[in-house]
Design a protein around this ligand. Structure first.
Ligand code: 3PG
Length: 395
């Protein structure tokens, strides 16, 4: 991919930088600044080069209409804190107001434009809107990996009008993702969890050809247990997908990928915090019980399998981790993976909103080799899909 250096001398140049300011908020406060911190090095580097830095981002899903609750203004102060720089908000994305503001910028200054999704042309990737954005600048830098799965005007269209490059966070993200999936040190283990097989079919089909070991966890594992002829009581599952699960298992066997499923499970009669639980062998679940987590023997066997690996890629929790005590399996395996990472024995990469929340719960966010800032983009990348935002940045 083209880098900022490929853009030449940027002193006095107007540079549009697409970052992802789409951060979680509660009661008007940003609750997770990870994405703001990730975007800071590129923005600072450009400002230090004397560029006029014009920051672009979406926020939420306002569906092409102005909505004060989704203004990028509300994250500007936190962004300034992450940058340790003064940041000015411009209450327009395109048009005379945006143009006048950027024309008056001094070198090294940082301006943040209003939410790109206030314009229907953003998600439609309208060439006119992309050209309007491009008219504000001399160059374009994309530093929002987490938005590269969207073929939108600010991620794809605008890059076709201006000299373009990948920012530092985007490049770093791609390097780590490549080290985990495209070019991993083997053996490589993939952990895929989550509630439903239907949302992870493409990932599973991709990973059976790439991973040496594949842990299938969460509600998804129940469908696989069904596919192996086990009774799963009242557990969440997708019986329609039993033939699909069987097919995945047989393709995995042909590809030499070992699928790991729970040997024992934690069950309860209802899904609620603090209810009485039992550990059962996976083939001894009773009709009135539901599987809500993996059991201790499963954690031990996955840990033993991971110990023989050099690379781990993880997307999705292994149990109903948001409700105690069903976080235990996910947390225990995460802690073990973090320990191996800290000892330098494995490269560990994780991504996706729930996954990152589960790792934070385990207190191991710092110990993983790399945690992706992306949700949907991470998943699409694991599915082996081409990310439209990356295409125009290729050398
Ligand atoms: C994300 O939060 O995953 C990105 O900001 C993309 O947001 P979107 O799913 O609304 O496009």
């Amino acid at each position: 991919y083209k880098t900022i250096e490929d853009l030449g001398d940027l002193e006095g140049k107007r540079v549009l930088v697409r970052v992802d300011l789409n951060v979680p908020m509660k009661d008007g406060e940003v609750t997770d600044t990870t994405r703001l911190k990730a975007a800071a090095p590129t923005v600072k580097a450009l400002a230090d080069m004397g560029a006029k830095v014009i920051v672009l981002s979406h926020f939420g899903r306002p569906k092409g209409e102005e909505n004060p609750e989704m203004s990028t203004e509300q994250v500007v102060q936190e962004f300034a804190n992450a940058l340790w720089r003064k940041v000015t908000f411009v209450p327009a994305t395109i048009g005379p107001r945006a143009k006048e503001s950027v024309d008056a910028m001094e070198n090294g200054r940082i301006y943040v434009l209003e939410n790109t999704r206030f314009h229907p042309g953003e998600e439609a990737n309208d060439p006119g809107f992309a050209a309007d954005l491009a008219s504000l600048a001399d160059a374009y830098v994309n530093d929002a990996f987490s938005a590269t799965h969207r073929a939108h005007a600010s991620t794809e269209g605008v890059a076709r009008h201006l000299p373009s490059a990948a920012g530092l966070a985007l490049s770093k993200e791609l390097d780590y993702l490549a080290a985990a999936l495209s070019n991993p040190e083997r053996p490589m283990m993939a952990v895929v969890g989550g509630a439903k097989v239907s949302t992870k079919l493409d990932v599973l089909n991709e990973l059976i050809n790439k991973a040496d070991k594949l842990v299938v966890g969460g509600g998804m594992a129940n469908t696989f247990l069904l596919a192996m002829g086990m009774e799963i009581g009242k557990s969440l599952a997708e019986p329609d997908l039993v033939p699909t699960a069987q097919e995945i298992m047989s393709k995995a066997a042909d590809a030499g990928c070992e699928i790991l499923l729970p040997k024992d499970v934690v069950v309860a009669e209802e899904f609620m915090a603090g209810v009485p639980t039992k550990v059962r062998a996976a083939d001894e679940v009773q009709p009135n019980e539901m599987i809500l987590d993996l059991g201790p023997d499963s954690v031990d066997s996955y840990a033993a399998a991971l110990e023989g690996c050099k690379t781990l890629i993880w997307n999705g929790p292994l149990g109903a981790f948001e409700t105690e005590p069903f976080h235990t399996g996910t947390v225990e395996l995460a802690k073990f993976a973090a320990k191996l990472s800290k000892e330098g024995k494995i490269t560990s990469v994780a991504g996706g909103g729930d996954t990152v929340a589960a790792l934070a719960m385990a207190g191991v966010t710092e110990d993983f080799t790399y945690i992706s800032t992306a949700g949907g983009a991470f998943l699409e990348w694991m599915e082996g899909k081409e990310l439209p935002g990356l295409k125009p940045l290729e050398k």
